[in-house]
Design a protein around this ligand. Structure first.
Ligand code: UTP
Length: 290
């Protein structure tokens, strides 16, 4: 079954990126020349998704403006004959059909996804976290969607993590089904290297069936009072098989300051207009003496 709808939760405070996120959404921070959210919108669109609900909160109206048409700007660019920019700003407003749904309080990622219940209705859907930029031969969410079509079950994206990663991500107890597919037997949030079941961490892409909404409603808030999607998936595990897909490609945690720097440098090295100059510049910094 084809996935037509996606949910992009973007209502968090972005505390890891303070002070930049004090008065602007983290999702609008640009990696080179595109805001974080555009990377995941483009990934969804490349995977054939046509309808996208962005979960927002107070102070995030720039997200809505970004995907809207701005006739004054278009007219200005047309008059100044800046036709490349004109084409680009028009393209952004036509990427998909957008809906914006408010999460009135930041009560966790699970709660944010629940806000999209009526929008989704009765079909499977994708969830993409804008913090994670995936640079993959096939869009990451499509890798997940293809597996969903084959198994007709919930899929979450998995990546190999190092020791430090076991302190940052949910870690799964996997039963390997094929080269990249694992049935998930259990999961634990940020266990640290001693308690980790494996080196497979949960990253920011999911494909759910609408049944997840009832499960989120039954999920108890954590110590901070937030409803976590990992807790909901843990409940789901007891009811039906849930799978993980070890994605093929590269991923950057751009919601973290260092990950953001890595994404900026590596993606710029892949852009023809920067690649040569940036390579030369990085070379010129060597040797790295204090
Ligand atoms: P994060 O855990 O990264 O939280 O949420 P955050 O607030 O964005 O950032 P930090 O960790 O404080 O720096 C993962 C995704 O879930 C969304 C966030 O906007 C982000 O895209 N989210 C989180 C919500 O939409 N609502 C919430 O209540 C919590």
């Amino acid at each position: 079954m084809k996935i037509r709808k996606a949910v992009i939760p973007a209502a968090g405070f972005g505390t890891r990126f303070l002070p930049a996120t004090k008065s602007q959404p983290k999702e609008m921070l640009p990696v080179i020349d595109k805001p974080l959210i555009q990377y995941c919108v483009e990934e969804a669109v490349q995977a054939g998704i046509e309808n996208i609900a962005v979960i927002t909160s107070r102070g995030k109206s720039s997200l809505e403006d970004y995907f809207d048409q701005i006739p004054e700007l278009e007219q200005f660019l047309e008059e100044k004959k800046k036709l490349d920019f004109l084409e680009e700003v028009r393209r952004i407003s036509k990427l998909a059909e957008f809906a914006f749904i408010r999460q009135k309080q930041a009560l966790g990622l699970g709660h944010a996804i629940l806000m999209a219940k009526s929008y989704i209705g009765q079909e499977p859907f994708a969830v993409l976290l804008p913090d994670d930029i995936f640079d993959c031969p096939k869009p990451c969410i499509q890798q997940l969607g293809d597996s969903f079509s084959e198994f007709k079950a919930t899929f979450i994206v998995l990546g190999r993590v190092d020791k430090e990663g076991t302190k940052k991500y949910g870690i799964v107890k996997p039963k390997q089904v094929s080269e990249r597919v694992f049935q998930i037997e259990d999961m634990i949030e940020k266990p640290g290297p001693e308690k980790a079941f494996s080196d497979l961490g949960i990253l920011g892409r999911y494909v759910f069936t609408p049944g997840i909404f009832e499960v989120i409603k039954k999920t108890a808030p954590d110590k901070k009072g937030e409803i976590q999607i990992t807790d909901a998936i843990k409940l789901l595990l007891a009811m039906q098989p849930v799978y993980g897909y070890l994605f093929e490609g590269k991923r950057y945690d751009a919601g973290d300051k260092f990950g953001f720097l890595q994404a900026t440098i590596e993606l710029a090295l892949k852009r023809p207009e920067f690649s040569q100059d940036l390579r030369k510049y990085l070379e010129s910094l060597r040797p790295f003496t204090e």
